[in-house]
Design a protein around this ligand. Structure first.
Ligand code: SAT
Ligand code: MN
Length: 580
């Protein structure tokens, strides 16, 4: 295979010359190709089979122990105007970054195969979709891209038709953390990644393309690329409302997107459209619509069990690639909180010992095609996407943020999104459990200056009067003993139901300084056995704590200087004033 697209053909041959790849393979995305590469990896030991009786077509990949998460400190946006990139990103001038990367790429694929991987982010026939080509020397990347994107011949055909694509060059290099960089060049729609084989650093369609590059393009073209799940909530009457929700990595997007209603709500249904990324466009009627650019899930494994996420648990029993989990004596995958089986080997391939840390890495992952999910929405492949009723922001906060509250307007909702802060998780290298500001859950993914990003968000108010309602949730409130105050998981449906009722104007709420909170009987919790004092603290605000929060948030906003939109300042001042 080769291509009619001159630009692509020239780029592929330039890269081959630079990297001195031994062989070039154009990926067609077929099942045969997938199996051929799996077999090749089984042969060289970079993949192993799991128990094929219990887990047909499931494989295990153990990565280098120093290469298990995104590396935000080594991730850069490279454009010549530093101010456009913003202090929310690491910045490097284009020429310097190119020089650095070209030095690393020099001869790096000697003796290796170079895979050319055309992919489409979004349904292949959607006007909202965007294509890219990743060149990689990692067969692990090829099989993951096959499950995570529309990869291969159809994507290449679309690229040849459109002529436009994102160029992503990736080499695992020596997996040396000192020779590792993830560089983005939004002006020329390209990505260069070296030295890591891990998901977000290596599967360039995901965070690099569908968020960092896409957010930049989206600003120019008038849409939004967001770190959001998309779900459909179907009532017993058969009415479905679509919700997007932005939470930081490893804060439960996959679980919420696949929620199974509790017994009392068994006639309700949650349909998954996506679990990580949403591209939001306004249609000609002024309705905001969402597509999921991805075609599979790269989900956190630990904690997934038949109770927390039955759909995910079932879907990863077959046709799944596991990365960095442990195994049982009979070679089934094992992870913390799986609730069945016992670990025998840990994620480093050593025999499991309780004293030497968890069997599965806390950021171990499953990769699986979305079609394995029983709750996969039949509108997930629709070219025009789904109409969005509500946008939800959330974080992981032990205290402060109530269970749920609603913004008073779109502009206030933008402030609410900008104010998201969350405890850090194992999805990125660094300390876990410290609160950091993570506006719209996009801190690691917004490809340009947050101040301009908030202006872009605010600009939608002038384009339509049919915008979604905006909410904030926090499933993670704890008491002093560290117990969670809210049961979470399936019970979160009760909160989603309140959100939809609010969108339809069917239920009253209490107005507070920070937004509308559920009134006494607002959320149905009758059968949940929640102590009234606990419920009170989940659905009220502590003015003193909030004054402090708003002051800190205000200082953060001020750090964006003159670029900070005046409207956001006004919104902040209004909330702060209402608290005193
Ligand atoms: O590492 S990934 O970016 O693919 C997963 C995540 O952090 O959300
Ligand atoms: Mn994510």
């Amino acid at each position: 295979m080769t291509t009619k697209n001159q630009e692509l053909a020239a780029w592929v041959s330039d890269v081959a010359a630079l990297t001195q790849a031994q062989e070039i393979v154009w990926c067609d995305g077929s099942e045969q190709e997938y199996q051929r590469i799996v077999d090749l990896m089984l042969d060289d030991g970079t993949l192993s089979t799991l128990n094929q009786e219990t887990h047909p077509n499931c494989y295990l990949h153990l990565s280098d122990p120093q290469d298990v998460a995104r590396v935000e400190h080594l991730t850069f946006i490279c454009s010549d105007d530093k101010a456009t990139v913003g202090d929310n990103n690491n910045w490097m001038p284009v020429a310097e970054a190119k020089q650095k990367m070209n030095d690393l790429y020099q001869g790096c694929m000697q003796g290796r195969t170079m895979y050319v991987i055309p992919y489409c982010m979004g349904p292949i026939d959607s006007p909202y979709s965007r294509c890219g080509v990743e060149i990689s020397d990692s067969p692990y990347v090829v099989i993951n891209m096959k499950l995570m994107t529309r990869m291969g011949a159809k994507a290449l055909a679309r690229i040849e038709n459109e002529g436009k694509f994102v160029k992503g060059l990736h080499s695992t290099g020596e997996l040396d953390p000192d020779r590792r960089f993830i560089m983005h060049f939004p002006d020329e729609l390209s990505i260069m990644s070296y030295g890591s084989g891990y998901g977000g650093n290596a599967l360039l369609g995901k965070k690099c393309h569908a968020l960092r590059i896409a957010s930049w393009q989206a600003r120019q073209e008038g849409w939004l690329a967001e770190h959001m799940l998309i779900l459909g909530l179907e009532s017993p009457e058969g009415e479905t409302h679509y919700i997007t929700a932005a939470f930081p990595s490893a804060c439960g997007k996959t679980n919420l997107a696949m929620l199974i209603p509790p017994e009392k709500y068994k006639d309700w249904k949650v349909w998954t459209l996506g679990d990580d990324i949403a591209w939001l466009h306004m249609d000609t009627e002024g309705q905001m619509r969402a597509i999921n650019p991805e075609a599979g899930y790269f989900g956190v494994v630990p904690g997934t069990n038949a109770k927390t996420n039955r759909n995910a648990y079932d879907m990863i029993q077959q046709n799944t690639i596991f990365t960095n989990v442990g195994t049982t004596e009979d070679n089934q995958p094992w992870w913390e909180d799986k609730k069945v089986g016992q670990p025998s080997v840990n994620w480093k391939g050593d025999s499991y010992n309780e004293g030497t840390g968890p069997a599965a890495h806390p950021n171990s992952r499953f990769t699986v095609s979305a079609t394995e999910n029983k709750a996969y929405s039949n509108l997930a492949e629709s070219a025009e996407g789904v109409p969005i009723s509500a946008i939800v922001f959330g974080g992981r906060r032990r205290e402060l943020a109530p269970l749920v509250y609603q913004a008073k307007s779109w502009e206030h909702g933008v402030l609410m999104g900008a104010g998201v802060a969350s405890e850090t998780t194992a999805a990125a290298t660094g300390e876990v459990g410290v609160v950091r500001r993570d506006p719209m859950a996009m801190k690691p993914f917004c490809g340009y200056n947050f101040a301009d990003y908030w202006s872009h968000w605010l600009s939608f108010a002038k384009r339509t009067d049919k915008l979604p309602e905006i909410f904030h949730v926090n499933w993670f409130r704890q008491n002093d003993d560290g117990d969670f105050l809210w049961p979470g998981f399936g019970e979160n449906l009760r909160v989603l139901q309140w959100i939809i009722q609010r969108c339809k104007g069917e239920v009253d709420a209490k107005e507070t300084a920070i937004g509308y909170l559920p009134s006494e009987e607002g959320v149905d919790i009758d059968d949940l056995n929640i102590d009234p004092a606990v419920w009170q603290s989940l659905t009220s605000i502590n003015d003193e704590q909030w004054r402090q929060e708003m002051d800190e948030f205000g200082d953060y906003l001020e750090s964006f200087g003159d670029r900070l939109p005046g409207e956001l300042k006004r919104q902040h001042a209004e909330v702060r004033a209402a608290l005193s």
